[in-house]
Write a protein that binds this ligand. Sequence first.
Ligand code: ZN
Ligand code: ZN
Length: 292
Amino acid sequence: MAQATVLFEELAAADPSVAALARLQAAALEAADDPSWADGVPDLSDRRAPRGAEPLLHGATLTIDVERTRALLRELAAVLAAERAEAERLGPLLASAQLDVLELVSASVGQDHLRLEAIATAAEVDPGVLSIVAHTATLPLLLACGRRAAGTLQAASWSHGYCPVCAAWPILAEVRGLERDLVLRCGRCAGGWRFEHLGCVFCGNRDHRSQGYFAAERERESRRAVICDHCRGYLKTQATLGALDPPELLLRDLQSLELDVTAVEHGYARPDSPGWDLTVRIEPGRRAAPTR
Ligand SMILES: [Zn+2]
Ligand SMILES: [Zn+2]
């Protein structure tokens, strides 16, 4: 992962608009290198899911080392505070016993914006910065879930636009290889699933007259933001040779920020809520022995 960290740092230095996110993600990916996150993830293959519309993690119980997670939250808050003054108030909150780490992680994994906002309001911190830090801090746990689910996913058929593991909407779609297979990729658990439905990922609209895309002239074939006039959603697509690994996936997202800006400026957005109302129980696990 050290090589990936260098790439994130180079991006942060070159593009101030994504510097904060790039440094946060680099720190979370480094934390994700610790294999013990997987200790808190159950064997998802025996759930015989995903079935119907229910993602694999729905109803699952995950365990986390509360103190290690709190340390990661504090580390990420410090990274963000170096870039954004609003994040300075997070440090004391995350250090205090007042903060229920399990509640925060549970709200973040479920993408429950109302609960995240309530936690922020009660602690008098900015809801936006708390959400960013919480979402980044859950990355190692969700990546461990994605790895655990990979085998099950390969055998499953999934026809929905949201992630079959964690219910998040895809961060981008890979147009993979010479066959140009469309594979949706989750930016939280890094899950990938083929999407054969030709309509809009978000609303299922198949009418091509209400679909289009934005792209820079010279990158038309390699990078686009596909838009839907039915739901006003947009999704970035990128040509890839094969499956992107998690750092590449997050880097590609940050490197194509201008597509997000263009789509948003034209009134398109990513959905506010996940594709499924995910319920995941987060419990305290025992403290793992130091790995080194
Ligand atoms: Zn996912
Ligand atoms: Zn749509």
